[in-house]
Design a protein around this ligand. Structure first.
Ligand SMILES: C[S@@+](CC[C@H](N)C(=O)[O-])C[C@H]1O[C@@H](n2cnc3c(N)ncnc32)[C@H](O)[C@@H]1O
Ligand code: SF4
Length: 431
């Protein structure tokens, strides 16, 4: 109750809105064309919503893979791509990310065709960043992944102790997952990232430290370390699985993250985002890197300056919509200038280093005038260094500012994704 009150108060302050509401007001093709007109470059996100099993903690939009759903999905995505060809009209695409779900469920089953279609019809100026499942990284599949143009590969390792892999229901052992990682590292990828989850039920600090050393030994270019979040609509969220005191959880996570920071910094890695550590000199694996992007597929989200919209979540509904010539967009929100500015700052904080001049180029207004007081406060607390142009989060700030942002993100994901998962065409979602 008190948390919600506080959240709403802060949200209203930064957005300048009484409430933030998504509704089913779908932008017409003409209005989209107009919105694309003054966009100079953009990113593409492609969602692959299939998995071979559903993990009990996972908040992402996914369903169990079936050959039939996969085939229909491929055809529908090709149609959605075609619908964007006239509006994108040759604009450079400088960032391309394939996420899920598990993109590698569609290897040899249409993924190559989708990627080729994108490279054929859009003005692609970048390579592919893609998520994968360790069990799919056989030598043959790694060859196929490289041949598709993937240069940045991530895999969900999640834990490096067999007891934890069992407790989170991952379908492999430490020995097996290590072989997959080693195979990927030996290939010619620009960056191999592994996802590692910490603060798992019953996990000790010693186990986290041991896993960090093992990841370094594996020679991966990057590690993304996420504390396990509990989303109420997941199996573990519903059962209130291992839920502890919120304040104690915050401090415990800080301690575990510090252990990870120490090991990675000592081993030649540097922080590349709030949760990721990348070897010095390596180009980082990351999600879409440009501020404006189009999301393809179920739950694909698009951000075009003054509008943010989200596709329907269910494969069947997405396929039906594209088959019958309807838009797959389910929800949208028009963004005021105030909301765009706050959103800009919110996302730049994830990168831990950003420039005020980029804000000024984008909004034609002084960063210091807009956010100066807030930034000075954080700088006074030792949470960031405030240079004449660059702002860099300190390690202390990275953790606490992000914990503060999570206070909003998790609520947003719960409401938006939690609603859209059960209702394919919601009328309204209010924050
Ligand atoms: C889409 S999955 C990665 C690819 C593939 N589906 C897999 O599981 O191997 C994205 C990543 O999000 C992280 N993740 C999933 N659920 C999470 C949760 N509840 N809290 C924190 N991280 C989570 C995991 O590290 C996972 O690897
Ligand atoms: S963690 Fe990965 S494999 Fe597990 S359900 Fe989520 S997307 Fe699928």
């Amino acid at each position: 109750m008190a948390y919600n009150f506080l959240r709403n108060k802060i949200s209203r302050h930064f957005s300048g809105q009484k409430e933030i509401a998504f509704d089913n007001n779908i932008p017409s093709p003409d209005s989209l064309t107009e919105k694309f007109e003054d966009i100079q470059e953009l990113g593409i996100y492609l969602h692959i919503p299939f998995c071979t099993q559903i993990c009990p903690y996972c908040p992402y939009n996914k369903e169990i893979f079936t050959p039939e759903a996969c085939l229909n999905y491929k055809q529908a995505v090709l149609k959605e791509i075609d619908s964007y060809v006239p509006v994108l009209s040759g604009k450079p695409v400088t960032s391309f990310y394939i996420g899920g779900g598990t993109p590698t469920t569609m290897l040899g089953k249409g993924l190559e065709e989708i990627i080729n279609h994108i490279y054929k019809h859009f003005n692609m100026k970048c390579y592919v960043h893609m998520e994968s499942h360790p069990n799919h990284l056989t030598p043959e599949n790694l060859d196929a992944i490289e041949a598709m143009g993937v240069k940045y590969l991530s895999m969900g390792v999640e834990a490096l102790q067999d007891n934890h892999l069992r407790s989170i229901e991952r379908p492999y052992t430490v020995a097996e997952v290590m072989k997959s990682v080693e195979r990927a590292v030996r290939k010619g990828f620009e960056c191999v990232n592994i996802d590692y989850m910490f603060d798992l039920p019953g996990q000790t600090a010693v186990e986290v430290e041991q896993a960090a050393h093992d990841m370094v030994k594996l020679g991966v270019h990057q590690v993304a370390t996420y504390p396990l979040f509990r989303f109420p609509y997941t199996r573990w969220g519903k059962n209130n699985h291992h839920h502890g005191n919120a304040i104690a959880t915050l401090f415990r996570r800080r301690k575990l993250l510090k252990i990870l920071e120490d090991v990675f910094y000592d081993s030649g890695y540097e922080r590349s985002s709030v949760w990721a550590f990348t070897k010095k000199g390596i180009d980082k694996y990351c999600s879409v890197t440009v501020p404006l992007y189009v999301g393809l597929g179920t739950s694909g989200s698009s951000y075009l300056r003054n509008i943010f919209y989200v596709n329907t979540f269910r494969v069947k509904e997405y396929v039906n919509a594209t088959d019958s010539g309807r838009s797959p967009i389910a929800l949208s929100i028009d963004l005021s200038e105030e909301m765009q500015m706050s959103g800009w700052l919110y996302w730049r904080i994830y990168e831990t280093l950003f420039r005020k001049s980029d804000f000024e180029k984008r909004f034609n207004t002084s960063f210091d005038q807009k956010f100066g007081k807030f930034i000075n406060l954080l700088s006074g607390m030792g949470y960031l260094s405030n240079g004449s142009d660059h702002i860099r989060l300190t390690d202390k700030g990275t953790y606490w500012i992000h914990a503060f942002e999570d206070f909003f993100s998790i609520d947003y994901i719960n409401k938006l994704w939690g609603t859209a998962k059960f209702n394919s065409w919601p009328q309204k979602v209010i924050f």
